[in-house]
Design a protein around this ligand. Structure first.
Ligand SMILES: [Zn+2]
Length: 427
């Protein structure tokens, strides 16, 4: 059954890839002669070809492809070998198929409590809260920091939205709601206003990465996100298990000292208790946060957060192959096809099967990038512009490989016309 399903999946992927391939060459589609020239490329994309890569990358031997493990070595070698076999040139101008990405793996031991009018509210790690830091320091300590509820924590000038209203939050601990402000449609309050934060869709303002970034920009000491299953679209269990294991950060020269010191999540239940103990009502303040008139609420509470961190620095890798353009002028322009090679690795605390194989997310995307590379080499004459094929690292930890590439591009970004990213193909 599994094999059958896998086959059907790779059939679907191959159909989708044909569509991607045709759209990349759409201007040629009307011309019979050119269509004929493309046929060998289209024929090169097959379910068997895709499945072969997925089987290897998602095998137990690759241990779930976590950065900085044996799974990374195997994945990087496999993908680079495929690029070589296909006849791509090394994608790194230094003559290799890889770009080194300095990463730090961090295991944290956090503690958190609130002091509320002489009483201490101690939180239980993992059940009540999680906390981590992107700062590469062995210890983070925040003491007696004022707690300010800042609604959704959003500054969005294009929507005339500012949850801070010039309140100075430097050194303070921000308490925030997850997601975009769900602003009701004035004409039909049962629906969301499509003109505000794209209605039902999630904008970048709704993501946790944004919440921690704006907290850093505002000079806050810590940001605490209140978890709610519905707007987050995943249960507390996911928050708990994804932050309670080893996490990865870019190992930047500044050791990420520009990031907010502490990134925390608390459960809805803890948030309700905290607000009640401060003489506030969670539902009330939440309601006030979906209007432009919202004012930050300073709570009668001080936050104490301590995070001990075990840090290991290592080099991870993006894998890059280059199909050089055939036109001497346009060769300096690039189109990139990307897919992240990493997945969640292995969790030794689990009983039985401990490996997260990640066949769909994202062995399927990597297989697709490899097979697209094969297809592109069959076009005769070859494309005028250069096409880069790239498998990026540490996507699961916050798009770190892609972020590193954007900050340290191998080819000028102003000559990079497009990136088409493939993740979890058509299933
Ligand atoms: Zn993915």
């Amino acid at each position: 059954m599994v094999a059958k399903r896998r086959y059907r999946t790779s059939m679907n992927i191959s159909r989708l890839l044909l569509a991607i391939f045709l759209s990349a060459t759409a201007s040629l589609a009307g011309n019979d002669e050119l269509k004929e020239r493309l046929q060998p490329a289209l024929d090169a994309i097959t379910p068997d070809g895709l499945l072969a890569h997925i089987k290897v990358l998602a095998s137990d031997e690759f241990e779930g492809r976590s950065p900085g493990t044996k799974g990374e070595d195997l994945s990087v070698t496999y993908i680079a070998d495929q690029f070589k076999r296909i006849g791509l040139k090394p994608g790194n101008p230094d003559g290799t198929y890889t770009q080194e990405v300095p990463l730090a793996g961090i295991k944290s031991e956090p503690r958190m409590s609130f002091a509320i009018s002489g009483k201490t509210m101690d939180l239980k790690y993992a059940d009540d809260f999680v906390a981590s830091s992107a700062r590469l320091q062995p210890e983070i300590k925040i003491e007696k920091s004022d707690v300010v509820f800042v609604g959704y924590g959003v500054v969005a000038p294009e929507y005339g939205w500012d949850d801070y209203k010039n309140v100075d939050v430097r050194g303070k601990t921000l308490l925030m709601l997850i997601g975009d402000p769900p602003v009701p449609d004035p004409k039909d309050p049962s629906k969301l206003d499509n003109k505000m934060f794209k209605g039902k869709a999630m904008t970048y303002y709704g993501r946790w990465t944004y919440k921690y970034e704006i907290a850093a920009q505002k000079g806050a000491a810590a940001a605490i996100i209140i978890h709610e299953t519905e707007p987050a679209a995943y249960p507390w269990q996911v928050v708990k298990s994804s932050w309670a294991k080893e996490n990865f950060e870019l190992d930047n020269p500044n050791k990420n000292m520009d990031a907010v010191s502490a990134r925390c999540w608390i459960t809805l239940d803890v948030a309700r208790r905290l607000l009640a103990d401060c003489g506030q009502n969670f539902d009330g303040v939440k309601k006030s946060a979906v209007t432009k008139d919202f004012q930050p609420v300073t709570l009668n509470a001080k936050a104490n957060i301590e995070i001990k961190q075990q840090i290991r620095s290592f080099k991870s890798h993006n894998v890059v192959g280059n199909l050089e353009g055939s036109d001497s002028k346009l060769r300096d322009e690039y189109i990139i096809y990307t897919a992240h090679w990493d997945h969640l690795g292995r969790h030794p605390e689990l009983q039985g099967d401990q490996i997260f194989n990640g066949a769909i997310d994202n062995a399927s995307g990597v297989a697709s990038v490899i097979e697209l590379a094969v297809a592109f080499t069959k076009i005769n004459p070859p494309p005028k512009r250069s096409v880069l094929f790239m498998a990026t690292t540490a996507e699961e930890a916050g798009l770190l490989g892609a972020k590193f590439y954007a900050e340290h591009p191998l080819y000028p970004l102003n000559k990079t016309l497009a990136d088409i990213n493939l993740d979890s193909m058509n299933v």
